[in-house]
Design a protein. Structure first.
Length: 342
């Protein structure tokens, strides 16, 4: 018995030493400056507005008084950098971009402020700031399309037309379809993937500011961009090959995604019902965009969503995947501009 315990201690001690050596090697190999951009709270040079007591990174292009287009980025937790190709619309519209609370370069807020209702209220505040007396057009990509739909259900009278580009899910049928297509949006825990995640986690320890959320924000962005084995997100792209330059970003908001997805799949908004309920009240036209190569939120998935609206059609974007605004910026601006100008 003593011999067994002795050998068990030796084996356990060896494993601890090996693990320690691996972590030390990772720490050394991942050393280097890791920059995380400051938010509007700490960088006075950034364009900003205040809505509901929260500072938002935001800017508008075009003439005030022109028909207003509010652009909603994806994520949850992303930013509007990859959607700036829509500035081309500024010759005919006032085009408003903003990073949602807890996202991009906007102010971080406590978790109880990261709910669907808070996001809808914030969007209403943005709309009232730039178009207080008229209706607006909404253009939302991915999660931004979901947020736009939630706003349509609650304030249909404030919107003329809406473009929803590859929204994730708006009701239970679409949620089940997305989970089935993506295998739960989880990459398998293979040795390669575990090593990649460990490398990212250790490197994130080198992040030093500029605020308490910076380390977590950097880590989440790095995980989402990592080259993982059998990554379901590769199905967003043509031929399964990611194009990093098509999704430029300033900074990810790590806290927003788990907080919002939790609220959207439980309680009052279970399975997206909080978004789908009331969409038939919107009388304007809706254009649903689907990337030709998008195997997760493409044509068949958007046909499920089209049934929720009074007047909706689905348009396939040739040669594009989920991140169509970065892959085909000029073409998408022309398509969106033509639809909103009718």
């Amino acid at each position: 018995m003593l011999r067994v315990l002795r050998w068990s201690g030796i084996v356990l001690g060896s494993l601890v030493l090996i693990l320690g050596a691996l972590l030390a090697g990772l720490w050394v190999s991942t050393r280097g400056e890791v920059e995380v951009l400051r938010t509007v709270v700490d960088d006075p040079s950034l364009p900003r507005i205040e809505v509901g007591g929260v500072l938002l990174h935001a800017e508008a292009y075009g003439e005030p008084g022109s028909p207003t287009v509010v652009v909603l980025h994806g994520g949850p937790g992303g930013d509007y950098r990859g959607l700036l190709g829509l500035r081309r619309l500024a010759t005919r519209f006032q085009v408003v971009f903003y990073d949602q609370r807890g996202s991009g370069l906007s102010q971080r807020v406590p978790e109880d402020g990261l709910t669907l209702e808070a996001m809808v209220e914030e969007l209403d505040g943005v709309i009232m700031r730039f178009a207080p007396r008229g209706r607006v057009h909404l253009v939302g990509h991915s999660w931004g399309g979901m947020l736009a739909a939630a706003y349509l259900a609650r304030h249909p009278e404030r919107v003329s037309r809406a473009v929803l580009a590859a929204p994730g899910f708006l009701d239970e049928e679409a949620r089940r379809d997305l989970l089935e297509r993506s295998g739960g949006m989880r990459a398998p825990l293979t040795l390669r993937n575990l090593w990649t995640l460990a490398t990212v986690s250790v490197r994130s320890l080198h992040v030093d500011g500029p605020d308490p959320e910076a380390r977590g924000d950097w880590r989440m962005a790095a995980i989402l961009a990592a080259d993982l084995e059998d990554n379901p997100m590769d199905r967003y792209w043509c031929d399964g090959v990611p194009v990093p330059e098509a999704i430029p970003s300033w900074r990810f908001g790590a806290a927003l995604m788990p907080a919002l997805l939790s609220s959207l799949t439980g309680g009052e908004h279970a399975a997206g019902q909080g978004m789908a309920a009331g969409l038939d009240r919107f009388e304007g036209q809706v254009l649903l965009l689907a990337g030709e190569c998008d195997a997760l939120t493409g044509l068949e998935h958007q046909r499920i969503h089209a049934k929720l609206f009074r007047d909706a059609r689905v348009l396939v974007v040739p040669g594009a995947g989920h991140f169509m605004f970065g892959e085909r910026p000029a073409e998408l601006a022309a398509v969106v501009g033509a639809f909103l100008s009718r």
